[in-house]
Design a protein around this ligand. Sequence first.
Ligand SMILES: [Zn+2]
Length: 253
Amino acid sequence: MSLYICMTQAITFALGISVGSFLNVVIHRLPRNQSVISPGSHCPECGSVIRVVDNVPLLSWVILLGLCRDCGAVISSRYFLVELLTGALTVAVIAKYGVTTQGLLYCFLVWTLISVSFIDLEHQIIPDELSVGAAISGLAVSFMTPIGFDGALAGFLLGGGVFFILAIAYPGGMGGGDIKLMAAIGAFIGWKLVLLTILIGSAVGSVAGLSSMALFGKTRKDRIPFGPFLALGAIISVLWGDWVIAVYLDTIV
Ligand SMILES: [Zn+2]
């Protein structure tokens, strides 16, 4: 690997983990209806302001052993995980699409999906600020992407439509949040990749749902947050979707 590529990836990773640090704020505050802008970061336990030196993505959490410097409260490993995940996925998206309009838009989508997943896991909700916000942004900027407005609209209608029908067919299964999220994903990636997202998301979601019933005695009535599986499907589609579709067509046709 050339030095130039190495440098680019290091810079992208550094930017990615900094975005991840902000996503942690979004994940904590958005479902609690708090502003994501102010006040600055503070310990959720004792409320003391986090010093700049203790607010370095990844490193601070490791150096402080996941504890607040002031009160010693445990800072969730989610903070570290979200930063690492955001850094790694940002590098992966830029490695594939470059610093292009499409690459940056896919980064924006992936960041939104990371926030959605962790909020859905903890609170079983997908905030409209993220899903509806992404759907509108995706449609609005679609004229700058290879799929264009037609492609974005087709993805928006297909993603939202399939989940709308599922929600009517199986009441209590899908939530309104899942419908809006799929419409948003479709607006960014178009109808082909949104179809792949639905296939991957439901396959992984079903396996996870069935195993949680078998292992933890959960019943069909327990709502399993579906957002993280849809996010996973979308991220796989963005990174390897063209390859998966090519292999599929090669095998079938
Ligand atoms: Zn504290």
